[in-house]
Design a protein around this ligand. Structure first.
Ligand SMILES: Nc1ncnc2c1ncn2[C@@H]1O[C@H](COP(=O)(O)OP(=O)(O)OP(=O)(O)O)[C@@H](O)[C@H]1O
Ligand SMILES: [Mg+2]
Length: 511
């Protein structure tokens, strides 16, 4: 028997003091729900210190005796009963409304006190006001829901990945841009969204103090890769997300640049077109003036030269000189004719004809067949005939020039492709002349439609072919443009309004 243990109790009833010092309102109940003890905090909690608590049941105290079927007092769901049955701590969260009408939350924790036989002799019930925690939780979840809505409704693609690069967030715009569904997210790594090496490069920039603020990537142009492997230009920003100084994730925002770039390109093209047509208009006026002035003297030279040739007769020693003079004068007259066509001084004579017939006619009229010696001619003609209403002679001239240009560009051989097609919606007819020649250098592109611009040797080209074609197409309500050019060849595109033949029975077929 232990005899000499000092008395540390200081003659105080510790059990009562400990019970009253608990920071939560607490009751001790018998298994039949009779309250046998309540601490000070409990009296504070119910707000009436004088009220008789002991000897009454929890039902009476909390529910005014109404137990009914209301949770938690229906016997099955009663947490106290469960605590007794299972002989371990149980808890329940109850909600209420305070006198100001605000919702309150209280957690009730039931802990069993076991007797010598292991049976539940008493139950300690402590009441914890968790309104603050619940309110914060609710506010947090409201904010989270709001952020979620903002992220999901953003037109920018937003994505986040963890440290291993696995996707942890993807909004609707990102699903659309990358062509992935959020369900696939766990199968994808952030590296799959960029061309090889780009994801690492971006991470390098994010961590590099030299590229701006560490952990932040300023607006940067980049390319992303979709599920089907298509590369899309984007403008993006990214940030590393830190928790207690450690990198935990990265987030990025992407904006598709395709539409913006297409608009930019269209704008540049329109500006170029305007510049080109203004330049050509002033050159046209100048050319028309010169052509008019030269036309009359040329007619006289031809007239008097021909008279002189007749007078001298074929055997005269100067006959050959006169022949050369007349030949070169005729060449000058052709140039003047072309200049007048370019400056739209000649009115087009319109008629309806098929575009495919124009192709056949253009090819037939190229007299110098040796030009085709090393060239394969491919015709890709629209099955359904496309009718146009235009000056067929002028358009034939245009086509002959385009074919000649292509043949000149392929003097070492190649393929000449003539293609016709239509856009029924826009009611447009198209004719493309493509070659596999050496292409037009970038610095010449803006000049090829200028009169007298040629890269051909003296006497081979006057540089009037394309400028004339420009004038003719404009006069016939069409358009000529260089669709593509580069080391793989050139494609020139002619556009004309398509003629609607329904209801018309007569038109001219050429070829
Ligand atoms: N298919 C083409 N491939 C490469 N260059 C071309 C092509 N078509 C035109 N060019 C370039 O554009 C220039 C102008 O062409 P354009 O038809 O107006 O004149 P040209 O062919 O030189 O002379 P002309 O047509 O009066 O005989 C050419 O000299 C050539 O440099
Ligand atoms: Mg030419």
């Amino acid at each position: 028997m232990i005899t000499n243990i000092p008395d540390y109790t200081d003659k105080i009833d510790w059990r009562t003091r400990v019970f009253d010092s608990l920071s939560y309102p607490t009751l001790i109940l018998r298994p039949d729900r009779t309250i046998i003890a309540a601490n000070l905090k409990f009296y504070e909690r119910i707000g009436s210190p004088g009220e008789r608590i002991l000897g009454r049941t929890c039902k009476e105290i909390f529910f005014g005796g109404k137990c009914g079927n209301e949770i938690p007092c229906d016997g099955v769901k009663c947490t106290l009963d469960r605590c007794i049955r299972e002989k371990n701590a149980q808890s329940v969260i109850l909600t209420d409304v305070d006198q100001n009408g605000n919702k309150t939350w209280e957690e009730r924790v039931f802990s069993p006190i076991l007797g010598d036989e292991g049976e539940v002799s008493y139950v300690i019930e402590s009441l914890r006001d968790i309104t603050k925690v619940k309110t914060l939780e609710k506010q947090y979840s409201d904010v989270r829901q709001l952020i979620d809505k903002v992220v999901q409704s953003s037109v920018s693609a937003i994505m986040a990945a963890d440290r291993k690069g696995e996707i942890i967030l993807m909004n609707k715009a990102a699903e659309d841009l990358f062509d992935y569904s959020v369900q696939d997210a766990n199968k994808i790594n952030i590296e799959d969204f960029y061309p090889p090496g780009v994801a690492r490069e971006i991470m390098g920039k994010l961590r590099d103090a030299g590229s701006g603020e560490v952990g932040k990537l300023p607006i940067t142009k980049a390319k992303i890769v979709t599920r089907k492997g298509k590369e899309i230009p984007v403008e993006m920003t990214a940030a590393i997300i830190y928790e207690e100084g450690r990198e935990t994730a990265t987030a990025a925002i992407f904006n598709d640049l395709r539409e913006k770039q297409a608009v930019q390109k269209k704008l540049e093209e329109a500006e170029m077109q305007l510049f080109q047509s203004e330049k050509l208009a002033s050159l046209g006026r100048f050319a028309a003036g010169v052509a008019h002035e030269i036309n009359n003297p040329l007619t006289s030279i031809l007239l008097y030269g021909t008279l002189m040739q007749e007078k001298l007769g074929e055997s005269h020693p100067l006959e050959e000189n006169i022949k050369f003079i007349l030949e070169d004068t005729e060449r000058c007259r052709d140039i003047v004719k072309n200049l007048l066509a370019y400056s739209r001084q000649t009115r087009p004579t319109k008629e309806i004809f098929y575009l495919n017939d124009l192709v056949a006619e253009g090819l037939r009229l190229i007299r110098d067949k040796k030009l085709f010696m090393h060239v394969d001619v491919v015709k890709r003609l629209e099955e359904h005939e496309i009718a146009v209403n235009a000056d067929k002679n002028q358009l034939c001239q245009v086509l002959i020039n385009l074919i000649t240009n292509s043949l000149d560009a392929m003097n070492a051989g190649g393929t000449l492709t003539l293609q016709t097609y239509r856009d029924t919606e826009k009611k447009k007819a198209f004719l493309e002349v493509s070659d596999t020649g050496n292409g037009i250098p970038k610095e010449n592109l803006a000049k090829v439609f200028d009169p007298f611009f040629t890269t051909k040797e003296l006497g081979k080209g006057t540089g009037l072919g394309l400028s004339m074609a420009y004038g003719i197409l404009k006069e016939n309500h069409g358009r000529i443009s260089i669709k593509n050019t580069g080391s793989e060849g050139t494609t020139v595109l002619l556009e004309l309004p398509e003629e609607d033949l329904s209801g018309k029975s007569h038109f001219v077929s050429i070829g």
